[in-house]
Design a protein around this ligand. Structure first.
Ligand code: ATP
Ligand code: MG
Length: 258
C-alpha cells in the first residue's frame, strides 16, 4: 500500500503521517515515510532526526535532475534514471534515514530564492512512487504538500489510497470536497481523518464532511501542540491513530485480493 496524506495547509498532514508511520511500524510493518513536501522544513525534525541527503540533490539538484530527464526523454522514457522498478532497498543509503524502525526519505526541497518552480520535485515523486514495488509487509506513507498540487502533478496516480486530513475550518471542508472529486477522477480510494477535534467542533465538522468516509477523529492534543511549539520530536501516543492503521490494513487486504 502506498498512502498519500493530503489536506489543507496546517491541517496536520505531517503530524498524522508521523504518528501513522510509527503506529504501523509498531504493528510490525516495514514503513517508508516519504517527505513529499518541497516547502516544509520539518518532517525529519518531527521524528527527532536531522535531514539526510535530499533525493533530488543526489542528482545534482533540480538542474542536474532536469538535465538527466532531458537526456532520457528523447529516447522514450525515464527508466534509465531510476530503472523500471524499485524496492525500498534500492533507495540510495545516503538519502534514507532509519529511525524508530522506519525508513525516511525526502524527495526534494526548495533551497534558494529564485531557483524556479517545484515541478521537477513532483516529477521525481511521481517517478519514485510509480516505480516502487512493495512487499506484503511494507507500507509507504507520503506526506504531501498542502493543497492539491500532487493531484495536478500526477503524484497521486502512483498511490493506492488518499487520506485527507481535515481540521476544524471552513477552508478545510471546502478542500475536502475538491479532493473528493479529484480522488474519484483519479480512481483512488479516499478517506477522511478529522484532526484537532474538540467536543465543541465535532458536530460542525461531521455536518460538513461526508461522514461515511471518516475513518478517525484525532483529538486536539496539547502534547502535540507543545512538542511542535518547542521544536521537539512528536512524543505523544494517540490511540485513535489505530483506527487509521486498521483502515489501511483493511484496504491493503482488499487491494491484494483484487
Ligand atoms: N491533533 C492535534 N492537536 C493539536 N495540535 C495539532 C494536532 N495536529 C497537528 N497539530 C499542530 O498543528 C500544526 C500544524 O501541523 P502539521 O505541521 O502536522 O500540519 P501540516 O498539514 O503538515 O502543515 P503544512 O501544510 O505546513 O505542511 C502544528 O503546530 C502541529 O503541532
Ligand atoms: Mg506538513
Amino acid at each position: 500500500m502506498k498512502v498519500i496524506i493530503s489536506g489543507k495547509g496546517g491541517s496536520g498532514k505531517s503530524t498524522i503521517s508521523v504518528l501513522t508511520a510509527r503506529a504501523l511500524s509498531d504493528r510490525g510493518y516495514k514503513v517508508l515515510l516519504v517527505d513529499g513536501d518541497e516547502s516544509n522544513v520539518g518532517l525529519h525534525r518531527l521524528m527527532g532526526i536531522s535531514q539526510p541527503v535530499v533525493f533530488m540533490d543526489n542528482f545534482g539538484g533540480k538542474k542536474g535532475f532536469k538535465q538527466r530527464l532531458n537526456q532520457a526523454f528523447p529516447k522514450g522514457n525515464a527508466d534509465e534514471i531510476l530503472g523500471r522498478s524499485m524496492k525500498f532497498d534500492d533507495l540510495p543509503d545516503e538519502c534514507v534515514a532509519d529511525v524508530d524502525r522506519i525508513k525516511m526519505i525526502a524527495i526534494g526541497k526548495i533551497h534558494n530564492e529564485g531557483e524556479g518552480c517545484a515541478c521537477p520535485v513532483g516529477m521525481l515523486s511521481k517517478m519514485v512512487l510509480s516505480r516502487l514495488v512493495i512487499e506484503d509487509d511494507e507500507i509507504v506513507i507520503i506526506d504531501a504538500e498542502a493543497g492539491v498540487e500532487h493531484f495536478g502533478r500526477g503524484v497521486v496516480a502512483g498511490c493506492d489510497m488518499v487520506i485527507c486530513v481535515v481540521d476544524p475550518s471552513f477552508e478545510s471542508f471546502m478542500l475536502a470536497k475538491k479532493i473528493t472529486d479529484m480522488a474519484e477522477s483519479a480512481g483512488k480510494e479516499l478517506c477522511f481523518v478529522l484532526n484537532k477535534v474538540d467536543d465543541n467542533v465535532e458536530d460542525a465538522m461531521c455536518k460538513n464532511i461526508d461522514k461515511g468516509k471518516v475513518i478517525a477523529k484525532i483529538p486536539n492534543s496539547n502534547e502535540i501542540f507543545m512538542d511542535s511549539l518547542e521544536g521537539r520530536k512528536i512524543s505523544t501516543d494517540i490511540p485513535e491513530i489505530g483506527e487509521i492503521c486498521k483502515k489501511i490494513e483493511e484496504s491493503k487486504k482488499n487491494f491484494s485480493s483484487e
